[in-house]
Design a protein around this ligand. Sequence first.
Ligand SMILES: [Cu+2]
Length: 624
Amino acid sequence: MFVQPVDYFLVAWFIVAAASTAYVAWDQFRNNPEPVVMKWGFVLVTLYMGPLGLLLYVLTDKEPRPGEHERFVQALWKQGVGSTIHCVAGDATGIILAAAVTAVLGLPMWIDLIVEYIAGFAFGLFIFQSLFMKSMMGGTYAQNVRKMFMPEFISMNFMMAAMAPVMSFLMMGRDMRAMVPTELLFWGVMSLGVIAGLVGAYPANVWMVARRLKHGLMTERHGSRGAHEPHAHNRHAAHRGHKGGHAAGSPKHDMSSDATLPQLATMAAVSAVALVIGLVAPANWVNLRLSAHQVGGAIMPPGMIMDRNTPAEAMRDMAAVDPRDVVGRFGLDTRGDRELAPRLDGDVKMFDLETSVIRWTILPGITVDAYAFNSQVPGPRLRFRQGDRVRINVTNRLPETTTVHWHGLILPNVMDGPAHITQEPIENGSVYRYEFTAIQSGTYLYHTHDHVDRQQALGLYGAMIIDPRDDDPRLRADHEYTLLLQEWLLREGLTYPAMPMDGAMPNYFTMNGRAYPATDTIPMRVGETLKVRFVGSNNGFIHPMHIHGGPFQVVAVDGQTLQPSARYDADTINVGPGQRFDVIWKARTPGKWLIHCHIGHHTTNNNVEMQGGGGLMMIINVST
Ligand SMILES: [Cu+2]
């Protein structure tokens, strides 16, 4: 599935690459008079470089008109391209195969790079240079390996010096799908790496061709064209390709180089330095100790600080919800915080909760990918009476483990929920049964207690209201509204858990899963009372909740009913994470009265005011 704009580009790119490769292969094997090894070289490089490979082929190697190949490929810059293509085809094939295998094995990036270098070098030297070139070079395989070692070493070093940073920075960048071979992005990064590698290796290859240390482009004719016709020789003929038995007197690839030892030694040394820098320098910025198994596939929020020490766990914690995990989509017609009717097992009230990843609409046209209980944000409201025996079966369908904590309740320790502390976390597909007797009464909440900063910020919470055994009429109101708060981070269509961290600051805010103007409106009449239960389901942020039109009376805090003498009037209360406040507000005057957070940013939608506000804002509509 496409989750980023780059995915569309990559599909288009690889279609063009396939077409380019098909054309180059067709032209090479049908029309172009050159050795088979070069035909394969251009085919492979076009596969890796797409239209750029095609361009290099057409400009340097494709015979313009019959009989002109010999003259056409003479120029040194073209010979250099041929030599580089030949190197890149072998080395890149080894590197790409090694990268795919090491990613599947889950080796750390720094080991990947070393294995890739060795594989690329071996593939290039032992197969592409020595084996495939043997027919042209003459001599034994061992002689060829020895002769080609130094040119291959220099070319490979420069290529990897350019290719390694491209791979390191892009694979360990924001979109770490680039580490996973089953993702198109992995192959896109490989292509970009090969392009960089070719550019990096080109200058040294030009020098090596000029000094007759390497072959460039060659012409090889046989069959009906008359294999034994003398070729149009030129000043490069001495080191260009002619098959043995061709024109009489043509020396068999005279590769006697005029490069001096200091030249060669310096070139080799500088290439080695470039290689070391290319391999090591990225470790200053990215954590090369991580493997594809640890973070592969994670997409990080823009602005997150990722340095060479950032652990894999931190990256997974802040990563976007994978849109491919979404199992249900819900529009504005689906509410959160719907009261869940219990099933009865004798005297026990049973509730079933199931976690899953859903796409949830917070505003018209604005959706978030949420972790949800029973496919709603907030999760269903659990309501029972003081003294009830309650059993809650929690089934986990998230791509990670979870637990549930019953915030504020007096219950057996093993039912309390903290992962790894009172219980093993619930694996995907498993069920955990929580059971307890409700001793207290009041406004409570339940929420995940496994990777809370991530999971609760993505929607795993709900209200729990326990009605008292003996109802106090002074705490009743004409209307009741339960209000759960949450922050969201939504960027480029991806949902990240909002947290007070660089790059993770929220840009959307919801009351009961909706942002204003999609929040509820409470209709009232003058003289009526409204009990609002503020629930601090917000995870990393405090919201000073304010009601217009006169003060409210705070009658309960954290589920504890205040003694009449302790009740107090206020118009703003700070609802911190985990806190609850029951307040009673009286409709004194007709009109539209607001309930809203008093942090201005929290009453916007992605910093935009819509119909007078946004986010944590709703209307009490009082009529006469
Ligand atoms: Cu706020």
